[in-house]
Ligand binder design. Sequence first.
Ligand SMILES: [Zn+2]
Length: 323
Amino acid sequence: MYVVKNLSNWPADSLNPQGRASIARGGGLTITQRRSLGTRWESKAVVYAVADRGTPQHEAVHAYCAHAFGSTGPTWYSEGMAEIGQYWKDSDDKSVQCSPEVLRYLKSSKPKPLKDVVDRDQFTGDSWQNYAWRWSLCHLLGFNENYTQRFKPLGIALMTEQRNISFWTVYGTMSQEIEFEYLLFLRNMEIGYRVDLCSWDWKTKFKRINGRRTAVSKIKANRGWQASRLEVEAGEQYHFETVGNWSVEDKGEELTADGGADSRGKLMGVLFHDYSLSEPFELGASGTFTPAGEGKLYVRCQDDWSGIADNRGAITLKIKRLP
Ligand SMILES: [Zn+2]
């Protein structure tokens, strides 16, 4: 790796001209050569990068992938993973650590459809904005509990250039779910956001209830939206109660589901219907509510999206339909 702080210290013939040009533009470049040795192959990767924090890390991912797997995969994967490397801090840190500019850009832009992010006719070095989309999708697929298990085998298949494997062959049957969670991620993303803790619960069964039936669920303070098991009907009235306490900081004040100051710790609800969400609404520790529309009720402990990982405790939520 040539990591260059001051180009004028480097004589003209000391750097590859393309590498020098990339550094002069404030970026980096990885040049990988491969040769086949029959059943094996041999590779060499040379990195040129400016001496900032992220660029050598970004390029090191390209170099590693090319060495270990033979290629870095299609552009969306190659650059998305290199950007994850750029922001990498600690091996067990799953939180969002992108640059503030990338965060602002993603949150203020019209979301890019999945099919455009993973489109195969893309080229490397196009724009930092496209790199931001690729990073955000790789971050979601890599850390969200619904998609993480398939992500590593997909990556290896792409980098080893296995035929007939693509984003669509691996995730195609889940693409509606991924698109929904991708939009949710882009909307709520903050520095410190945890896609693993906000993984959507697609598995829990929901039911419409009446009479003496009760929907019971246990809701953790340190997760995003969670299944209440209740499917509401528009215009019906529901009564709910909660038991238990939680806190919105590690060793913080114990709160009921009414929450504390500025509504942190309050039980909130949202309706999921046809892959879209209603506006969130306040519930609290007990009371009644009349939903404006139909849908599956998801609930959570109100807190900044960047700060749910240190929350503690859980409450039990019971809901009945009023006659
Ligand atoms: Zn790159």
